[in-house]
Write a protein that binds this ligand. Structure first.
Ligand code: MCN
Length: 799
């Protein structure tokens, strides 16, 4: 089923929230009218390029910049000594947790320009600033660096086993941290008493984020006022302002960070990189505007990648196929330095979601973070949750097989039951609400499960291998609450802030501290505010992504914007309505308690005396007739700090046919049934699911960063790194169930990462189901034809 977009003019105002209206941001994006960072041209602007390490790990013996400096058009060349004390991880580390689970964290310096050692291919060594970008690139090539190569590894296990060199003096054995979660003793007992156990070695491979727009920054320093403007490809301008202020030593109130139109992020634009800080340092030094735009190749080497987990996982079951225990040991690749979120999202959130949709009485997980010679790893779409869901759902399929139970039935019998919500897991989090059976039932119906199994049998007799794979995922998003972030040691809150302003003419601007970069916030936020204020949707404009316009904010990641930003907008709108009610009551000569508000009208109960909210707005600015002591104007600001995460869930099912002769995989069907609570805009929800599933299929079948034994990236371009094209992605059937979130005013749960979290294991489970006649229980991702063929033929793969 595909949802048709609606013209907002055809939707009744009362129905605007929840309608599939078309995205208002698309015309500008599709006609080239959008303004991305690289489109910005400022008078006298200089261009910056960055010389990056060729090697995965090396001592720098010498950097000779003389030839570059002499080139026509080169304005300046900087090396470490020119920016000596700036460190991205030390000075910009406010989000790196230091408490509770991470007492063992070994934080290391990440100089903005390498001092005497480079730790990944792409580590920044020098900066060239020139009158145009071509000269800057040529001059960068003219810099001569002498390296003394060191042992390197991109593999967390090898780095921890001492097979790679030691990366940092302060991190013995390349251990960045080592933490455990759950109850080890109880889990041991569960395994001792188990009737069945299964064990899996899993690799959740390193992925390159591939946002459509490469990272870029334009910085402009105004010496007279000491004000510094930074326009950049950011998912979270306020956080970047905070972190950059620490790194470059510029006061926050004189630092403006603005994200113009941003062409996707998928988590790679959350991290505070050295590169953008360098642009700011250089403009301040030269007192001229400076632009840096990453090339695609540069991005492949430096954009924060995601995943990189190597895991051994075991499941214990009783003789009735009930899950009794889960034991997990993970080595997580953190890259050469700590990124802004890597010690938290891809590992904390991972550990806390290991119960999946299941009632598991005993869980124990240990996670070791490893420094390796790849770029700092961060929160690529879904981080932490895809790794957990992949593990749990791969084990569920294997466990069902071991216990001799159908995989759908195995899942159904182990689901947390509807009566058990809120459900306290054994791994810290409490699921807010859920009805896990419903998406599964819908999905089984959509694939006509019983008939499929018959078809599968018949096909096998004809030498054709069909397989079905289930993925019953759980996701924790709407990142918050701040108190929990504090307990985890994060040096930041996770609230969201908003401002809703009525203009005297009756239109509204809604400001929010999130920063959309493809998710359609301009549309969905306007739907929320129009609904709360009872005014036409067209009368609401949404502003995000600019620290000068929006009081405060925490940005867009962790599928938090609808749940946290949307709720902040509801809160501000409601505050504004309360002020308007008092003005209306005053002018209607009634008690505010007797004035009702509905459909944008304030009415004295039981009468036909009423005033519209737009009229009240006008009156509030005229201020000729206001209640005593009330200030003029009609706007409200609020901070919303949620009580809990939100926990979307769903069931995805893939049906594939595998050719054992060639190893090729073909999709027959992909069904996604997702429960993201109430939906603000079902069309946008569907689009988010489509995009996420495409990325999940990409991970299952095509994508994976490959490094050689010297930590050289072998998949350094789109010719070598297989991003799926539209023809590789099957038509999807998307359906939903609705279990409202009980603790936010919209009843919404996040959707931005759901597809990515759900898809990989649906596909892997389908392929291994197809290959049961060959005794194949596991194929590593990406499941290339060669890997599938090798699994069928019992051969080791070439890699
Ligand atoms: N929405 C809705 N009803 C719900 C939940 C959400 O209508 N119940 C709408 C929201 O209002 C919003 C969109 O769906 O317009 C996504 O909302 P949400 O799930 O809150 O996620 P965020 O807006 O916070 O976006 C972040 C999320 C993440 S973490 C990644 S990574 C990702 C993703 O969004 N990166 C994206 N989707 C992306 N989509 C695009 N085009 N580009 C990216 O870089």
């Amino acid at each position: 089923m595909s949802i048709d977009s609606l013209d907002p003019d055809d939707v009744d105002a009362a129905d605007i929230l929840g309608s599939a209206i078309e995205r208002r941001e698309d015309p500008s994006l599709l006609t080239g009218d959008a303004e991305y960072t690289d489109d910005i041209q400022l008078p006298e602007m200089l261009h910056m390029t960055i010389l990056r390490s060729q090697h995965g790990h090396a001592e720098i013996e010498d950097v000779d910049t003389s030839a570059a400096e002499e080139m026509d058009g080169v304005v300046a060349v900087y090396t470490h000594d020119d920016v000596a004390d700036e460190s991205v991880s030390r000075d910009g580390s406010l989000l790196i947790p230091t408490g509770w689970l991470l007492d063992s964290l070994r934080q290391v310096d990440h100089p903005v320009l390498a001092k005497d050692r480079v730790r990944y291919q792409g580590d920044a060594i020098a900066v060239v600033v020139a009158e145009d970008r071509y000269v800057a690139h040529d001059a960068t090539d003219a810099i001569d660096v002498s390296y003394d190569r060191l042992d390197a590894s991109a593999d967390p296990e090898a780095a921890l086993d001492g097979e790679a060199g030691q990366l940092h003096d302060d991190a013995e054995g390349n251990v960045a941290f080592d933490w455990e979660i759950g109850d080890e003793e109880r889990t041991e007992e569960a395994f001792d008493d188990a009737a069945h156990t299964v064990s899996l070695d899993l690799e959740n491979q390193l992925l390159i984020a591939n946002a459509m727009e490469p990272r870029a920054a334009v910085a402009d320093y105004h010496p007279g006022s000491d004000e510094l403007d930074v326009f950049m490809t950011s998912q979270n301008p306020h956080l970047h302002r905070l972190l950059m202020s620490g790194v470059i030593g510029h006061p926050e109130h004189k630092l403006r960070v603005k994200a113009p139109d941003v062409g996707g992020g998928f988590g790679c634009k959350i991290h505070h990189y050295a590169d953008e800080a360098l642009v700011a340092l250089v403009t301040r030094d030269l007192e001229r505007p400076v632009k840096w735009t990453s090339t695609r190749t540069e991005g492949y080497k430096t954009d924060a990648p995601g995943r990189g987990h190597v895991t051994t996982a075991e499941l214990a079951m009783d003789d009735d196929a009930n899950i009794t225990g889960l034991r997990v040991d993970t080595k997580a690749n953190l890259g050469a330095y700590l990124s802004t979120f890597a010690p938290a999202v891809p590992t904390y959130l991972y550990g806390t979601l290991l119960s999946g949709q299941y009632d598991i009485p005993a869980i124990h997980a240990s996670v070791t973070g490893a420094y390796t010679n790849v770029p700092p790893v961060d929160a690529y779409r879904g981080a932490g949750r895809p790794e957990a869901s992949f593990l749990v759902e791969r084990l569920a399929s294997l466990g069902a097989r071991e216990a001799g139970v159908d995989p759908a039935e195995f899942r159904q019998k182990n689901f947390v039951s509807d009566d058990d919500f809120p459900y306290q897991t054994q791994v810290a989090v409490e699921y807010d609400s859920g009805e896990y059976g419903k998406p599964m039932e819908k999905a089984l119906e959509a694939v006509d499960y019983d008939a499929f199994r018959e078809r599968q049998e018949e096909a096998r007799e004809e030498g054709r291998y069909l397989g079905i794979g289930f993925s019953c995922y759980i996701e924790a998003c709407g990142l918050a609450p701040s108190e929990l972030a504090g307990q985890l040691g994060a040096q930041a809150g996770l609230w969201e802030s908003s401002l809703v302003r009525f203009h005297p003419g009756g239109t509204v601007t809604a400001f929010c501290g999130t920063s959309g970069h493809g998710q359609g916030h301009g549309t969905t936020y306007a739907q929320i505010v129009a609904n709360e204020l009872g005014i036409p949707y067209e009368d609401v404009e949404v502003v995000e992504g600019d620290t000068d316009e929006i009081p405060q904010g925490m940005g867009t990641y962790g599928s938090r914007s609808a749940a946290v930003g949307g709720s902040a907008l509801v809160k501000s709108s409601q505050k504004l309505v309360e002020k308007a009610r008092e003005i209306a009551a005053h002018q209607l000569e009634a008690d505010p308690a007797d004035v009702e508000f509905a459909g944008g009208e304030f009415t004295v109960s039981g009468t036909d005396r009423s005033l519209g909210i737009a009229e009240i707005a006008q009156q509030s600015y005229l201020a000729h007739d206001m209640p005593d002591d009330m200030e003029p104007g009609l706007e409200a600001t609020s901070f919303y700090d949620p009580d809990n995460f939100v926990f979307p869930f769903g069931t995805h099912v893939a049906i594939v046919e595998v050719d054992p002769e060639s190893g090729e995989i073909e999709f027959e069907k992909y069904v996604a049934v997702d429960d993201v609570g109430n939906q603000i805009n079902p069309k946008i929800v569907e689009g988010q699911i489509h995009g996420g599933v495409a990325q999940g299929i990409g991970q299952a079948l095509y994508e994976g960063a490959v490094y050689d034994g010297n930590a050289q990236l072998l998949t350094g371009s789109m010719q070598d790194y297989a991003v799926p094209k539209s023809l590789h992605i099957p038509d999807m059937e998307t359906e939903s169930t609705v279990t409202p979130c009980p603790h936010n005013p919209l009843g919404v749960k996040g959707v931005g990462e759901a597809g990515t979290i759900a898809a990989p294991q649906a596909v892997v489970n389908a392929v291994t189901d197809a290959l049961q006649p060959f005794g194949v229980d596991t194929v590593e991702m990406p499941m290339t034809a060669e890997r599938v063929w090798s699994a069928v033929n019992g051969q080791a793969t070439a890699d």
